[in-house]
Design a protein around this ligand. Structure first.
Ligand SMILES: *Cc1c(COP(=O)(O)O)cnc(C)c1O
Length: 429
């Protein structure tokens, strides 16, 4: 299918923007073809530069939990913008959004706003190092925490891998304080804590890992992690940039009944504008400047337009019993897709947590750890993606990315997806 306007824009983009995109996965490299340039979003739909309409299951990778251009969010943004877009001084919106976050999330008393999820995790880690006086950070293979240097670390094999950068431009010295362990592996955790527990400032985890497919963890694994961090005086950081305000009002922490020491937010919390946040008990957050000795700042942090977008989004969710409706919607999606997948001409497994779902093309069932997809399965996903796109269904352009449902999705959309998927699976076989 040709997309002349997208192709022309992409050609111009490649001349002036590296790879033609401002975030790599947008370039369709994993699935091939020309990325679509999007002209507008309407509820559950995207409209591209060539005027074609797509049922959207990406939702800008998470923020658009109410769908595109939700009237209440747009009205709040417009009203705020009319009064000025940034002051470099405190505004009421910051207090109002902070009060909502503190009321929603278990065990936190204070929150600081930043402008992205990357910044949120970066800052939470600085704070963890300050309060513990320790240097080491532990992350899990397959979890993504933004593009800060010390977190861009690939997992090697073995129980605990010494941090080796997975990007050029990251000195080994920077990642030398990062340890990587596999998910779903209590023994690896025990071993790491036995060897280096007294040097570990924090363990950071996506409580529902959603950046390497969807890899929900066993409850025993997460409770073991909570126990070990506490026993060794290390902080547990839940990176709730995807799960926060999506899987429950109180995020994955509420859903799982496990409290971290610090939590990070992004995506939903800004309702489509650039907002991130990190939060914790007052006693920890007090170490931040200006009260404490741990510096952290931002020219556009807490700006009134972004705060208005976040507030309108959280209020719409809370008012409409949004989290319950998202849960129901997820269950309906599962019900619509299961029979289709059961008839699929190759192995496809549906993994779902609330309004997140993932089609795993791994042979032999969906994994719980970050295992790479076989080349043949990756190629199949590329064909599946394009077969869906040709039917007006927009899926993530990578086999490792989860799909996102929003409150704009209707039962009829799930039926459309089920029918489209049935045909696409046949094409991809
Ligand atoms: C998206 C994401 C980030 C990074 O957020 P940005 O706003 O893209 O910087 C961090 N952690 C998780 C779990 C994410 O999904």
């Amino acid at each position: 299918m040709s997309h002349p306007h997208s192709e022309a824009l992409y050609a111009r983009a490649r001349a002036v923007i590296p790879g033609g995109v401002n975030s790599p996965v947008r370039a369709f490299r994993a699935v091939g073809g020309t990325p679509l340039f999007i002209a507008r979003g309407e509820g559950q739909f995207l409209v591209d530069a060539d005027g074609r309409r797509y049922l959207d299951f990406v939702g800008s990778w998470g923020p658009l939990i109410l769908g595109h251009a939700h009237p209440e969010v747009i009205e709040a943004i417009s009203a705020a913008a009319a009064h000025g877009t940034t002051f470099g001084a405190p505004c009421a919106g910051e207090v109002e959004l902070a009060e909502r976050v503190v009321a929603a999330y278990p065990g936190i008393e204070q929150v600081r706003f930043v402008s992205s999820g990357t910044e949120a995790v970066m800052s939470a880690i600085r704070l963890a190092r300050a309060v513990t006086g320790r240097d080491l950070i532990v992350k899990f293979s397959g979890c993504y925490h933004g593009h800060a240097d010390h977190l861009l670390v690939a997992a090697g094999s073995g129980l605990a891998t010494f941090g080796r950068p997975s990007s050029a431009g990251v000195p080994e010295a920077f990642t030398g304080c990062t340890r990587v362990v596999p998910l779903d592996d209590e023994a690896a955790l025990e071993e790491l804590f036995a060897a280096e527990g007294a040097r570990i400032a924090a363990v950071v985890i996506e409580p529902v890992p959603a950046n390497h497919g969807l890899l929900p963890q066993r409850h025993e694994f997460l409770t073991r992690l909570r126990m070990l961090t506490r026993a060794h005086g290390a902080l547990l950081i839940f990176d709730e940039v995807i799960s926060g305000f999506r899987l429950a009002r109180g995020g994955a922490a509420e859903r799982l009944g496990i409290r971290p020491d610090l939590a990070t937010f992004g995506k939903v919390i800004g309702g489509g504008l650039p907002v991130g946040a990190f939060a914790g008990p007052r006693q920890l957050m007090a170490r931040l400047a200006p009260d404490g000795d741990t510096y952290q700042a931002g020219t556009l942090s807490g700006n009134p337009v972004a705060m208005a977008s976040g507030i309108a989004t959280l209020d719409a969710l809370a008012r409409g019993n949004g989290w319950q409706r998202l849960e129901t919607l997820g269950a309906e999606a599962e019900e619509a897709l299961r029979p289709v997948l059961a008839r699929a001409p190759f192995p496809v497994h549906l993994v779902r947590v609330g309004s997140l779902f993932w089609l795993s093309l791994h042979e032999g069932g969906a994994p719980r750890t970050a295992v790479p997809l076989a080349a043949a399965a990756s190629a199949r996903y590329g064909r599946l993606f394009h077969a869906l796109l040709a039917q007006g269904i927009y899926f993530p352009p990578s086999a490792y990315e989860a799909c996102f449902l929003s409150l704009a999705h209707r039962d009829v959309d799930l039926q459309t997806l089920a029918r489209g998927l049935e045909r696409a699976l046949a094409t991809a076989a």
